[in-house]
Design a protein around this ligand. Sequence first.
Ligand SMILES: [Zn+2]
Length: 147
Amino acid sequence: MNSLVKIDLSKLLGKSGQIADLDREVRLNLEEAGLVLTRPVRVKAELTNLGPTVTLKGSAETEIEVDCSRCGRRFKTALTAELDEEYASHLPQPEYKKGAEVELTDQDFVLPLPRDNKLDLGEVLRQNLLLAVPAQTICEENCTGPQ
Ligand SMILES: [Zn+2]
């Protein structure tokens, strides 16, 4: 069961240029996604109110338990995810021109800010940590495979 980890951005949103530091441990259970965390996630990030958007930049560190891709041994390894998100309180409406090719711009990766101004940090961490897991996990550099 994940505890709700919501960050209230109301104060940050009050003033353009405002910066808030985030330094906390978050208990996260990602087992439904197939990832076993052996430690709470340490989040160090900076939230910046840029006016039209709010950015979240920093890192999330934890430890995971995985099977070695070579020998199958279960081992623990550090997992770090870079956090680089951008939120807008008012998303620009995309313009659709018939027959025109739609070009993806940076704006397409700006996420909407929740109506209550509370950012779900758990969801941000879930997505970024899952993306940070390497496709191959090797227990030791010189692992020779099954004994
Ligand atoms: Zn191995």
